[in-house]
Design a binder for this molecule. Structure first.
Ligand SMILES: Cc1ncc(COP(=O)(O)O)c(C=O)c1O
Length: 358
């Protein structure tokens, strides 16, 4: 059994830090999709709301409905996943503001809005280089002529490379966005995710959309993390074992021990989000001793090597090893296996206890 501790004060402080960087003319819309990046949408959204957040972003309609039941009827909910005509009434009943990503979505939403006695709110998403969602350059004028009955609150785009300080895409997308937004004159604009917020005040416009930085991940990977850590994870030791030199461990017998050593088997595997790519790669910590993962990560179990721990300080079954905490961040763990902190956090499974501090 493992315990995830989410520090709601840290999340609040991170939100406030972003608000102070972007200034009072800029709205901070908190990205709480994917169960608030694995941290738990209900306590996180409530804490952000207490800190003054009144705009939230989610990806899907079910996420929007869940969030609405948590935050009450007043705060704004923007939905990245666009407008689904088959569920149109839910958007109005639950006050979900869609982010419209294509001409087709704009047409469908305008048709739906024409049946309403008031204009319906939306954000218009312009693609400036991701080639993922959003209006293409050749669609802009056409889109701008189809907005009858739609109350466009923002035009937005999304940065592809903001985590790389000097990446040429950042300025290129900024310029493309400014030019494209001229097709929708006098509308508020939004461009920056967490990293974008820290790259240039130019990118702030009227609304920023931080996700990862709220949860303590580092939006400026080239420097010290400016955010407060918000998540720790500890995992229980099920067994302490002794392997002899020459023996192997785990599926596929992928690690062979050179000499006798003590091992700890912990109650966490890839089904818990300790992803299989960490096989023979990551490490856990006992006190400040680094205990490398040995062998393949199983579905429910992982084996670590206690060789670095002095004999008189060895842990016992029931003791907790640190997975994410002061010795290693989610980002560090991600680097060890070639992924990103986002994947580590959003993969954290349902079998952990979740404890909320503050
Ligand atoms: C459109 C959009 N805006 C904002 C965010 C938040 O990004 P980040 O977590 O990097 O701050 C995301 C995340 O995927 C996104 O897709």
């Amino acid at each position: 059994m493992g315990t995830i501790t989410v520090d709601l004060n840290a999340i609040t402080a991170n939100y406030q830090q972003i608000q102070s960087i972007t200034g009072s003319d800029c709205t901070v819309s908190a990205v709480v999709k994917a169960n608030a990046y694995g941290c738990g949408i209900a306590p996180v959204a409530a804490a952000l709301q207490n800190a003054g957040a009144d705009k939230f972003l989610i990806a899907t309609l079910p996420e929007g409905l869940e969030l609405r039941s948590i935050i009450g009827e007043n705060p704004t909910i923007y939905m990245l996943g666009g407008f689904d005509p088959e569920n149109s009434d839910l958007y109005t009943a639950e006050k979900i503001t869609p982010i419209l990503n294509s001409i087709g979505e704009i047409e469908n939403y305008a048709a739906f809005a024409s049946k309403s006695d008031q204009a319906l709110p939306a954000i218009i998403h312009i693609d400036t280089g991701m080639n993922r969602l959003g209006l293409e350059k050749q669609d802009l004028v056409k889109a701008s002529e189809k907005l009858d009955g739609i109350d466009v609150q923002y035009v937005m785009s999304h940065l592809a490379c903001a985590d790389e300080k000097h990446h040429a895409m950042n300025e290129a997308q900024y310029e493309t966005f400014k030019a494209a937004a001229e097709t929708f004159p006098n509308l508020p604009k939004s461009l920056a995710n967490s990293s974008g917020i820290f790259r240039s005040p130019n990118y702030h416009f009227d609304m920023v959309r931080p996700g990862m930085s709220l949860y303590g991940l580092n939006p400026t990977p080239e420097t010290k993390n400016p955010m407060q850590p918000a998540v720790t994870l500890e995992i229980e030791i099920l067994q302490i074992r002794e392997a002899r030199g020459g023996e192997t461990c785990g599926y596929g017998a992928t690690h062979r021990f050179e000499k006798n050593c003590k091992l700890a088997t912990v109650s966490m595997g890839y089904a818990d989000g300790f992803i299989r790519a960490l096989s023979n790669k990551g490490a856990l910590y006992w006190k400040d001793y680094k205990c490398p993962v040995r062998g393949i990560v199983s579905m429910d179990l992982t084996i670590v090597d206690l060789s670095a721990v002095p004999e008189n300080e060895l842990p016992a079954p029931g003791d907790m090893l640190k997975v994410i905490g002061p010795n290693q961040s989610a980002g560090d763990l991600a680097v060890a296996c070639g992924t990103i902190g986002y994947e580590i956090l959003t993969s954290l499974g349902r079998r952990y206890n979740r404890v909320y501090k503050n």
